[in-house]
Write a protein of this length. Sequence first.
Length: 383
Amino acid sequence: MSKYTLYIIIATLWASCRVARSQDVWGYEYQNEIPVYTDSIQAALTYPLAWGNSDIRDFAEWRKVARAKVLECMMAPPPAPASYDVSVLAEEQREGYRARKLEFSLSRWYRVKAYVLIPDGKGPFPAVNLLHDHGAHLSIGKEKMIRPFAVDTAVVADADNWATTLYEGQYLGDFLARHGYVVFSTDAPLWGERGRKEGVDRAKYDLIAGNMMMMGRDLSAFMTYDDMAATDFLATLPEVDASRIGCAGCSMGAYRAWMLAALSDRVKAGACICWMGSTFAQLSHHYGRKENGGFANCIPALRQYMDYPHIASLACPKAMLFVSGSRDRLFPMPGVEAAYDTMHHVWQSQNADDHLETHILDQPHECNRMNQQMILDFLKKHL
């Protein structure tokens, strides 16, 4: 019996013990931003489209069907641009690599800005799409990954402070560029230079997401659709070896990384720091948890078919690195362990378990320098 199955059984038993404590007993229906009957919902989630639960036994066919279901739940994508129409806004030489700030059309509806770091020497080079975190800190996005330039000094100070807070004072993008990788990063919707006219307000993210859902669009899905489209753009750059593209991120960036690896054939390897677990652990009275990211990783109806590790397993047999912290208060360890167990069963089923690295380290929710070295070593091995 896998750990994941064991936790489903625990959820069922837990819910059955609580079912008598109905609304009539409590006197209220919601507590800590989730329904009091959350555990009953959890017990009803059977994840019928997960590999091993589905009646599809051919892995390639399962991946095709499961990926299509994820995209269906993501609702309609933004329309692809007629052309990228790239503009170079600024450029500077750094130690061992050049930094460029670009603007290009990511869809027919909007243009975005991005940073690209290009190693000195003759390419094409392997490339990494770096996906920034959430942190309830929306004033900067791509600037969390790559040291910003051609911006106000306040933005640089903001980015430097964030690098100190979550990345042990080192920009992951600049670190990878110094070691021979083209590094790309752009803002997720509502972060950095894709923000609100009225200014940064975390509370407005959920309101905007709700309004978009009223129009049949999903803001979280747009983030993933954009990551896929940006990776396609990255592959067109002449300095990039399109056969060697990876992705990496911490926290929400890690979520973005395994979603991107699961859904994009462009990505050959993904590194995910501090974002993996089970829905049971993340939304449960049992662990006292609720999802603080809100709509940032909300894809309607998807839990009716697959849980987080099942979706991440769509990346199999690609090379994937997952790191979690034993002192990470956002992800209870039983959920992390169950998710890792689930993914290893999938990679083992395809004789590819040597391509899946999972680690639980003694650290909080962060991407420290040791983690960054692990990402570099992983990319060197697989790209």
